[in-house]
Every structure is written in structure tokens, then in C-alpha cells.
Design a protein around this ligand. Structure first.
Ligand SMILES: Nc1ncnc2c1ncn2[C@@H]1O[C@H](COP(=O)(O)OP(=O)(O)OP(=O)(O)O)[C@@H](O)[C@H]1O
Ligand SMILES: [Mg+2]
Length: 249
């Protein structure tokens, strides 16, 4: 889809998004862009797990998810953050509709590696027809990053990966990761343009760590598909442009 923009909002930034961010979405829509939002919810899931005394575990920014943690993730993402996000958009007169991977069989998935990661899912298929129908009906789909497999087990999905899979299945024009930092940081500054080679170097040097790793991996995956523009930005929409390779002039 030519004018389709996928915007992934990190759980780390969701509640800090300001009216100007939502207004920008409205402006984009008025300019003729179609929008799909994807959101995570890491901090809120962690908070509720603490309340429920469920232990937390992270490996390279990816959560190891027990059955109870997966139940909490579904509850928080689909039951709490998603309705909040949809409300913010509806309030501005945008027709938002909240869904998760399970709705309209949007994200077919299964265990990534059950012994190692527990209830973490890998996406087998994006049923893009579900999203196309919603967009054609004038809705902005707001996707919570959780789904269920064929036997009904809850699978927690990394929201960056969901955004990437949705963007490539829908052949989106651009993908914007909105997070709690103004893009990739190195030596205290935002990297304005990051190539695949420089990203690998920053990972190897230990500059890119934690939750930034699945994000840059998703961004690199996008470069290998048809998506033209990929950015990692803060809530003011300023940050890093991800490019295939350095252009020397
Ligand atoms: N080089 C780097 N530049 C910027 N951020 C980095 C870097 N290395 C690691 N990070 C971490 O990555 C974090 C962003 O990823 P994180 O997974 O926490 O947020 P998110 O993806 O926006 O939210 P969620 O995972 O809930 O969807 C930053 O807050 C920062 O701590
Ligand atoms: Mg993350």
C-alpha cells in the first residue's frame, strides 16, 4: 500500500505521548496517509507482574514469559493500554479500532522456542486482509502485541517484530519506531543516519544493547523488504534514519 505508514509506539513512551503527537497523526491522515499503529507495553506489564508477584526475566531485551506472565501481558496490552490508546485517537475524531493478534486471526503465531523463552511467540503469518478491510472502512487499526496460537495459548510478541511483520506484509511505505530515546544514541548524541554496517558495529561494540536490539533488527529486516523509509524516533518524532549503506560524496 503506497501511502501506508506503520507507527510503533513503545510501551516505554505510550503514556508520555503528548497531544501534538496525536495531532500529527491527524495531519498525516488529512494529507492522505493511511495509518496502522502497533504498541508494546513492557513497563506496565512489569508493573502488573510485580503487583501479582510474578517473577520477571529478560534476555537481550526479550522477555522470558511464563504462562502467568503471558496472561498478564494479554490483560495489560489488550485490556488496558489498547483501549487507552484507541480513546486518545477517537477523541480527536480519528476512527481508531483496537485489535490484538488474535482478532480477525490477524497474527498466526506459535512458540518461538518454548524451552528457552516460554510463552514468547514467533509470527508465522500476517493476515493482511483483516487490516486492509479495516483501513478501507476508514479505521486506524491499533494493534496490541499479543496473540494466541491454534491451541489457544497466549503468546507475547515483541512489538517491534509485530510492526516489522505487519509493515512487510502490507508493503507499507514507511515504518516509524517511536520510543523513549531520540533514536540510536552513541557517545551521548543521536546518530542521524545509521547504515546496516554501522548498526552491526554499534551492537558489537556494546553501544546498542537491550530493547534497542530487537528494534534495529526489525529495522534491518525492513530494509531488506520494500519499505522505503525507516526511522527510530522519540516522542517529538526526531531521531535516527535507518539507511542501507553509507553514501560517500
Ligand atoms: N545505543 C542506544 N541508543 C538508544 N537506546 C538504547 C541504546 N542501547 C540500548 N538502548 C535502550 O533501548 C531502549 C528502548 O527500547 P525499549 O524496548 O526499552 O523501548 P520500546 O521498544 O520503545 O518499548 P516496548 O519494548 O515496551 O515496546 C532505550 O530506552 C535504551 O535504554
Ligand atoms: Mg522494546
Amino acid at each position: 500500500m503506497d501511502q501506508l505508514v506503520i507507527i510503533k509506539c513503545g510501551g516505554s513512551i505510550l503514556k508520555a505521548l503528548e497531544p501534538s503527537f496525536f495531532q500529527r497523526l491527524k495531519d498525516m491522515q488529512e494529507e492522505g496517509k493511511q495509518i496502522i499503529l502497533v504498541h508494546g507495553g513492557g513497563p506496565d506489564i512489569t508493573k502488573f507482574m510485580n503487583v501479582l508477584s510474578i517473577p520477571n526475566e529478560f534476555i537481550n531485551g526479550v522477555r522470558r514469559t511464563s504462562g502467568r506472565a503471558a496472561e498478564t501481558a494479554e490483560m495489560v496490552l489488550a485490556g488496558r493500554l489498547n483501549p487507552w490508546f484507541v480513546y486518545q485517537l477517537n477523541q480527536l475524531g480519528l476512527k481508531a479500532i483496537g485489535i490484538n493478534g488474535n482478532d480477525g486471526a490477524l497474527l498466526e503465531c506459535d512458540y518461538l522456542k518454548k524451552e528457552q523463552w516460554g510463552h514468547v511467540g514467533k509470527i508465522l503469518k500476517v493476515n493482511s486482509g483483516t487490516l486492509t478491510q479495516l483501513i478501507k472502512a476508514g479505521f486506524i487499526p491499533v494493534i496490541a502485541s499479543v496473540s494466541r496460537n491454534l491451541t489457544g495459548e497466549i503468546l507475547n510478541l515483541n512489538a517491534d517484530t509485530v510492526a516489522f511483520e505487519v509493515a512487510s506484509a502490507m508493503e507499507a511505505e514507511s515504518l516509524i519506531f517511536v520510543t523513549d530515546v531520540n533514536g540510536i544514541m552513541a557517545e551521548g548524541k543521536t546518530v542521524q543516519k545509521a547504515s546496516i554496517a554501522s548498526i552491526h558495529e554499534l551492537i558489537n561494540n556494546g553501544v546498542i544493547t537491550g530493547g534497542m536490539i530487537p528494534k534495529v533488527q526489525a529495522a534491518i529486516g525492513c530494509l531488506q523488504s520494500k519499505i522505503k523509509e525507516i526511522q527510530i524516533v522519540g516522542k517529538e518524532m526526531k531521531g535516527t534514519m535507518i539507511i542501507k549503506e553509507e553514501v560517500y560524496s
